[in-house]
Design a protein. Structure first.
Length: 128
């Protein structure tokens, strides 16, 4: 009797699994925006990351600092190349003599280089 019930249940599961629709992932073929070409003042690219009730706050960040990042991780997952553009807005009442960026790969024995650094349109040499 137990063999008949076990066989019936096994056959039922097999039939149900074969009859169920197969779900397949459909790749999103829409082109991602080129963030490095996005105007600095355009905050619309952040809208999708906010719940609808909070999307209005983007209008309050007109002078906020903006970071444009693009990077590629190599197949060995140890090598990363990329580009970062930063528009830093000083919201303090005093001028700044320096801005510090933390280059974490340098801490762990890796290496990160900063090139083409400009302040107010003038090229400067970074200090490591």
């Amino acid at each position: 009797m137990n063999k008949i019930i076990a066989s019936f249940l096994s056959l039922s599961l097999l039939i149900v699994s074969c009859a169920s629709p197969t779900l397949t992932a459909t790749p999103n073929l829409t082109e991602s925006p080129n963030l490095l070409q996005t105007p600095w003042e355009d905050r619309s690219i952040f809208k999708a990351g906010l719940v609808a009730s909070e999307q209005h706050v983007l209008n309050e960040f007109k002078g906020a600092s903006v970071y444009h990042l693009e990077f590629n991780i190599a197949e060995d997952i140890y090598h990363v190349t990329g580009t970062e553009e930063v528009r830093y807005t000083n919201n303090e009442s005093v001028s700044l003599n320096e801005i510090q960026f933390r280059l974490f790969p340098n801490i762990l024995g890796g290496e990160m280089q900063v090139t083409n650094l400009q302040v107010n349109g003038q090229s400067i040499t970074p200090k490591y």
